[in-house]
Design a protein around this ligand. Sequence first.
Ligand SMILES: *[C@@H]1O[C@H](CO)[C@@H](O)[C@H](O)[C@H]1NC(C)=O
Ligand SMILES: *[C@@H]1O[C@H](CO)[C@@H](O)[C@H](O)[C@H]1NC(C)=O
Length: 264
Amino acid sequence: CRIKKATKIVVFSSILIFADTRETGFVNAITSAGVSFSVTKACSLGSSISCYCDPTKLPDLNITDRWEWAGCDNFQFGYLKSKEFLDDWFRKRRDFKAMLLSHNYEAGRLAVTNSMRIICKCHGMSGTCNLKTCWHKLPHFRKVGDLLKKQFDGAVKVMAGNDGKRFIPEGATIKDPRKQDIVYSEESPNYCLPNKKIGSLGTRGRECNRTSMGVEGCKLLCCERGYDTMVYTIERDNCNCRFYYCCKIKCQICQEKRTVSRCF
Ligand SMILES: *[C@@H]1O[C@H](CO)[C@@H](O)[C@H](O)[C@H]1NC(C)=O
Ligand SMILES: *[C@@H]1O[C@H](CO)[C@@H](O)[C@H](O)[C@H]1NC(C)=O
């Protein structure tokens, strides 16, 4: 269980060092998503974790044909283990900071649950699909990350409610956060310049996109300091490959131009 310990340390340090910004929320959500994902994966590979596929827990499918349930990936088990493991140490703490953390952990686990796919395979006479076999399939973790990145962009700023048991949305956000939303309570610091205290490396030297108006665009990313654009020529030696009978493959060397902008 070395991995478990390492994760715990990461979780601890993230709460000790960082304020409850949008970025912290994202890190916490993707941490718990990672635990949930890994346990589910380990479970379906049959690695030493005592888990099983529960055939009685059928998904909510609207399939009118006859079908069978073929079990794994058992994401409910991954979900529960992640919850047990991560939420364990602050079970007794119910302050605002712990509530934020607990909410973002849940958002991460839900990102895994909501990315699960149901795959069905048809049997029977060709194309008739008289009988289906269905199972849950884990997505690539990339997909979970993309989903969480979306939640990061739409994260909800909250403050503590009077009863101390719930959050209320703050500022421009009107809606209450949903379970799958990332929440935060403090504005992000300025990441433009290096600042060890907040773990910022600054944006000097970062590659940026000249035409984008988003955060990856040079205008925002370089914090108005400007940027430098260089054109590189790259040689690729496995290009326009052709097969000659028999049996040779000949390739050309191609030159490609790549334009790269970097922040001052
Ligand atoms: C199931 O599918 C049928 C036909 O497509 C539809 O009429 C019905 O509303 C669906 N039921 C649910 C619970 O989604
Ligand atoms: C740069 O941004 C533009 C506009 O958003 C986008 O179409 C393009 O694919 C981006 N280029 C790269 C290299 O990401």
